[in-house]
Design a protein around this ligand. Structure first.
Ligand SMILES: *[C@@H]1O[C@H](CO)[C@@H](O)[C@H](O)[C@H]1NC(C)=O
Ligand SMILES: *[C@@H]1O[C@H](CO)[C@@H](O)[C@H](O)[C@H]1NC(C)=O
Ligand SMILES: *[C@@H]1O[C@H](CO)[C@@H](O)[C@H](O)[C@H]1NC(C)=O
Ligand SMILES: *[C@@H]1O[C@H](CO)[C@@H](O)[C@H](O)[C@H]1NC(C)=O
Ligand SMILES: *[C@@H]1O[C@H](CO)[C@@H](O)[C@H](O)[C@H]1NC(C)=O
Length: 236
C-alpha cells in the first residue's frame, strides 16, 4: 500500500515535470465550399456527421457578392443541424476599401435576410492580394476586422503561420476575439491530408489557440467538391 502510494507520487511528480502543452479539443468536423451545393449534398453532410459548412460568398476579382451562394446558405439553414459560416478573400488592389469590401458581404446578407451567419472569415492566404508593405497589409486587415465587429459579426482569419508572417510580419495587434482558421495539408486529395487534429498548432500572431483547421483540400464528399476541417468551440 505504502509503496503503491510512493509509486503514484513518483508518477505525479514525473508528469508534472513535463512541460504542459494544452491541446485544443475537437468539437466536430466542417466543410468549406466555393461552389453551390445541392440539397442532397447538404442533407448527406448532416447524416455523415459534418456539423457545419463555411461558404465562400465574395468574388474577389469583381469585389462583389457571389449571389450563386444564396440558395446554398438558405437551403443549409433549412437543415438546422448545420452551423453556417462564411469566408471572403478581400484584396488591397481594389477600388473599395477593406471596410467597404466587408460591407458588400454584410449588405447582401441583410438584403437577402441571411441573418444566421455569425462568423465571417477573412482570407489572408494569397500574397497576390496584398502589398509587400506588411504594416499597410496589417492596417488593411485590421480595418476589415473592425468593420465586421462593429456590425456584430464574429470575425476570423484564414491563414497559416508562414503566410501570416509573410503578409503581416506576424502582426499581433488583432482583438483577442478574432478567430483563427489555419490550414495544414500537403496539397490536394486524400494522399496529401494533414492530421485531423490540432496537435501541430504553434501559437503565432495573437493566437494562443486555434478555432478551425483545414486539413484536407479538394476532396469529393457526398457529391460536392469540398475542403475538410476540424473545429473547436470557443467558450466565449
Ligand atoms: C480572377 O483574376 C485572375 C487574374 O486576373 C484570373 O487569373 C482568374 O482566373 C480570375 N478568376 C475568376 C474567378 O474570374
Ligand atoms: C431545397 O430545400 C429547400 C428547403 O427545404 C427547399 O425550399 C428547396 O425548394 C429545395 N431545392 C430544391 C432544388 O429541391
Ligand atoms: C440593399 O438594399 C438597400 C435598400 O433597398 C439598397 O439601397 C442597397 O443598394 C442594397 N444593397 C445591396 C448590396 O443589395
Ligand atoms: C491558400 O490556402 C490553401 C489551403 O486551402 C492552399 O492550398 C493554397 O495554395 C493557398 N493559396 C494561395 C494563393 O496561397
Ligand atoms: C508602409 O505602409 C505604412 C502604413 O500605410 C506607411 O506609413 C509606410 O510609409 C509604408 N512604408 C513604405 C516603405 O512604403
Amino acid at each position: 500500500m505504502k509503496s503503491a502510494l510512493i509509486f503514484i507520487s513518483f508518477l505525479i511528480a514525473s508528469f508534472s515535470a513535463l512541460p504542459v502543452k494544452e491541446e485544443t479539443t475537437i468539437s466536430g468536423y466542417s466543410l468549406d465550399v466555393s461552389q453551390p451545393l445541392t440539397n442532397s449534398s447538404i442533407m448527406s453532410f448532416s447524416i455523415d456527421r459534418y456539423a457545419g459548412i463555411i461558404v465562400r460568398v465574395f468574388e474577389t476579382n469583381t469585389t462583389s457578392f457571389d449571389k450563386s451562394m444564396l440558395s446554398t446558405l438558405n437551403n443549409a439553414i433549412a437543415y438546422h443541424s448545420l452551423r453556417i459560416e462564411a469566408f471572403m478573400a478581400p484584396t488591397m488592389f481594389a477600388k473599395l476599401s477593406g471596410s467597404e469590401q466587408f460591407d458588400v458581404v454584410a449588405n447582401n446578407f441583410r438584403n437577402n435576410s441571411i441573418g444566421f451567419v455569425n462568423t465571417v472569415y477573412i482570407s489572408v492566404n494569397d500574397t497576390k492580394l496584398f502589398s509587400t508593405n506588411t504594416t499597410a497589409n496589417s492596417a488593411f486587415i485590421e480595418s476589415i476586422v473592425t468593420r465586421g465587429m462593429q456590425l456584430k459579426y464574429n470575425v476570423g482569419i484564414f491563414t497559416n503561420s508562414k503566410l501570416w508572417k509573410k503578409i503581416t510580419d506576424n502582426y499581433d495587434g488583432l482583438d483577442g476575439n478574432v478567430r483563427l482558421w489555419y490550414w495544414a495539408n500537403n496539397g490536394e486529395g486524400i494522399m496529401n491530408e494533414g492530421a485531423p487534429n490540432f496537435n501541430d498548432f504553434k501559437s503565432f500572431g495573437n493566437w494562443a489557440k486555434p478555432d478551425i483547421k483545414q486539413f484536407a483540400k479538394n476532396e469529393m464528399v457526398d457529391g460536392a467538391k469540398v475542403n475538410r476541417n476540424v473545429f473547436a468551440i470557443r467558450k466565449n
